[in-house]
Design a protein around this ligand. Structure first.
Ligand SMILES: [Fe+2]
Ligand SMILES: [Fe+2]
Length: 274
């Protein structure tokens, strides 16, 4: 089965651009690309930064657009969002404590959408109340589980990004560690970068968002960096004995060479024929 992973769609006032790209148009292009190739996905999860400024109109447009999609949707919020405004438009996604946390079952297991938003900061937080919700969800079901969240659950070792990472990451990783045998994968966003690793032993991946792209610039210690690298969405193929996660660079507009192309044939002779 498949799960689609979108992140950092950063919807904003129609016609406005971010880093030279129109987030509304980018989101639409990503949806078209993903539905054409993976219309059989069981779920689409968008892991936050749904709106660039947390504007009500962005959430209203998102709600209308998602209502017309032919597959179930799950949402997380990110630092660019505004929880009270979001919950005005999506009240059904609040957990009993008022956080944007939800549960969605797919044939491969149970997906938990986590809320790492905190007011007045770009950093992520996962407080005692949210940890208690996660712990209860992990205890009440056999799993396996798939976790979705906005902020990176481990440090990236890129200094500007780590200043706005998950502030209490150790407590979160301890919670994951207690249940690691039943958590198959963690998906996150926020960094606008393709990242792969593990969180307390659980495989963990991220990707570029559907609009503006980051770049791993380790020499820059102060300022966040962006680039013109292609926008992307993710697709996770999940089977009993493997999970394969692609970052699909739908925003790439350059040539695509397939087998039989003259350049490819030359490469094949030089490297493959013994
Ligand atoms: Fe973002
Ligand atoms: Fe973010």
């Amino acid at each position: 089965m498949k799960i689609l992973h979108f992140s950092d769609i950063h919807l904003t006032t129609p016609g406005h651009t971010i880093q030279g790209r129109d987030p509304n148009a980018s989101f639409e292009r990503a949806l078209g690309h993903a539905l054409a190739d993976h219309g059989d996905a069981e779920l689409l999860v968008i892991t936050g930064d749904l709106s660039d400024w947390g504007d009500r109109a962005d959430y209203e447009r998102l709600r209308d657009r998602l209502a017309n999609l032919p597959l179930p949707i799950a949402l997380c919020i990110g630092n660019h969002d505004d929880r009270p405004t979001f919950l005005d438009i999506f009240p059904e996604l609040a957990d009993p404590n008022g956080f944007v946390q939800s549960v969605r079952d797919v044939s491969a297991g149970r997906c938990l959408m986590l809320d790492t938003w905190e007011p007045q900061t770009h950093s992520g937080h996962y407080c005692e109340a949210r940890l208690a919700w996660l712990e209860a969800r992990l205890r009440e079901h056999d799993g396996p589980f798939f976790l979705f969240m906005h902020h990176n659950p481990f440090p990236t070792h890129l200094a500007p990004l780590d200043r706005i990472g998950l502030a209490d990451g150790r407590a979160f990783r301890d919670a994951v560690a207690r249940h690691r045998d039943r958590i198959r994968h963690i998906f996150f966003g926020h960094c606008h970068l393709p990242l792969a690793g593990s969180t307390a032993g659980v495989p963990t991946t991220s990707l570029r968002g559907t609009n503006h792209a980051g770049i791993a610039l380790f020499r820059e210690r102060e300022l966040l960096s962006s680039s013109d690298l292609p926008a992307s969405y993710g697709v996770a193929f999940i089977a009993a004995d493997h999970v394969c996660v692609h970052m699909v660079e739908f925003g790439y507009d350059g040539p695509v060479r397939t087998e039989g192309n003259p350049d490819y044939a030359a490469w094949n002779r030089e490297t493959m024929v013994r």
